[in-house]
Design a protein around this ligand. Structure first.
Ligand code: PEP
Length: 251
């Protein structure tokens, strides 16, 4: 059965000491509690190893926010999937719209990153989502289908079974403008149909599809009540335990 997951994406926030403190605070808040979802925090690269050793990684998974599209070698400034895995991180966020928009990440690069992540035992949290103009032009379903096909549909069913998807309409990220729960459900159901068409019901039923875009304590319950919404990728509201915990507890 697919898992419910609440994953934080810290983006480029918190210096190392602040990041460790935030991770420890979340760890303490979860200690002795049973929650109905897997919890993940996506930290900057330099935090990964320290955060992973400061928390109970059986309770909180650690994610990188990116990895290189090359395995190793003369790629100054890059961080490989193998390096990410060696820190104790178990996940990597790939294809976030900020990386697509500001760092020119294209479907081909994301295909390579995904393969390298899987080869190193990382679970990709693969982001897809349309821009406002695309939704207004009625193109949102086509765009999301294309993003999935271009980067992921060369994977075998077994490999695809290790992918977590995050539907993040770009117009909802960091804007305070959440998609309605019905809009999220409509897209998630569409995505599941696309997966069904390619890989069959077993894979489509078992793939966790998270929603991301201004999710918060006030709207998480309604979003997560939808049958095809299996959790959230949370930006701003993951930066404070007081804001992140209620989202985790919305399940
Ligand atoms: C994100 O960055 O993935 C995100 C969903 O951000 P926010 O929750 O701040 O909109």
């Amino acid at each position: 059965m697919r898992k419910n997951i609440v994953a934080g994406n810290w983006k480029m926030n918190n210096n190392l000491q602040e990041g460790i403190a935030l991770a420890k605070e979340l760890n303490a808040a979860l200690a002795g509690k049973t929650v109905n979802c897997d919890v993940v925090i996506g930290t900057p690269f330099i935090h990964l190893a320290s955060v992973a050793s400061a928390i109970d990684t059986g309770k909180i998974g650690v994610a990188a926010q990116n990895c290189a599209d090359k395995a190793s070698g003369a790629y100054t400034g890059e961080v490989s999937a193998e390096m990410v895995a060696s820190t104790g991180a178990k996940y990597v966020i790939l294809g976030h719209s900020e990386r697509r928009a500001y760092y020119g990440e294209n479907p081909e690069m994301l295909k390579e990153k995904t393969l390298l992540a899987l080869a190193n035992g990382l679970t990709p949290i693969f982001c897809i989502g349309e821009m406002l103009e695309e939704r207004e032009a009625g193109e949102h379903f086509n765009i999301v289908k294309w993003q999935i096909e271009e980067s992921l549909f060369d994977l075998s069913a077994k490999e695809f079974g290790k992918i977590v998807l995050a539907y993040e309409p770009v117009w909802a990220i960091g804007t305070g403008k959440t998609a309605t729960a019905d809009q999220a459900q409509e897209m998630h159901a569409f995505i599941r149909d696309v997966l069904d068409g390619k890989y069959g019901k077993d894979v489509s039923d078992n793939t966790s599809i998270l929603y991301g875009g201004s999710a918060n304590a006030a709207n998480a319950k309604e979003l997560f009540s939808k049958p095809d919404v299996d959790g959230g990728l949370i930006g701003g509201a993951s930066l404070g335990v007081d804001r992140f915990m209620p989202i985790i507890e919305a399940f």
